[in-house]
Design a protein around this ligand. Structure first.
Ligand SMILES: [Zn+2]
Length: 149
């Protein structure tokens, strides 16, 4: 599913570096696009039959055998690409209704502290206070679940 996210980032221009992509770890080939200016959102999903057909094909059979994508022959890969390009968008993707979800802008901060335990620098948004009111990074605070995903 990582390659799906790569495609979404490439197609939308949204990236982790820009801070406008969040991976939720739901294990779906789907995403919600949100327009930060208007607060409107649309859900886009890959149609289940497209996913099922892909999983049943020879490319995934080879991948399950541990063969890297770059080592899979063009006569296996090219029909997949041609098949996607030949299909109508509505046969590949489900596009939901336009919803007004609103947007809360996270304020960016340049405030920095040093973790009292590991000594690494951490921006304030990622710092936690322990019971002695010392700043800790998230892993040192024991609150690592928030950083997963
Ligand atoms: Zn730390």
């Amino acid at each position: 599913m990582g390659c799906f996210l790569d495609g979404v980032m490439s197609a939308t221009g949204c990236t982790y570096g820009k801070g406008n992509v969040r991976k939720l770890g739901f294990h779906k080939l789907a995403f919600s696009l949100i327009d930060n200016a208007s607060g409107r959102s649309v859900r886009v999903t890959v149609k289940p039959d497209v996913i099922e057909a892909g999983l049943a094909g020879p490319f995934v059979t080879l991948r399950k055998q541990g063969i890297a994508p770059r080592d899979i022959a063009g006569d296996v890969v090219n029909p997949l690409i041609d098949g996607v390009l030949a299909r109508a968008e509505e046969d590949l993707l489900g596009v939901g209704e336009l919803l007004d979800v609103g947007v809360s802008k996270a304020s960016s901060t340049f405030g920095l502290v040093r973790c009292a335990r590991c000594g690494e620098a951490v921006f304030l948004g990622g710092a936690r206070l322990d019971s002695d009111h010392e700043a800790l990074c998230i892993p040192c605070s024991g609150y690592a679940a928030a950083a997963a995903g």
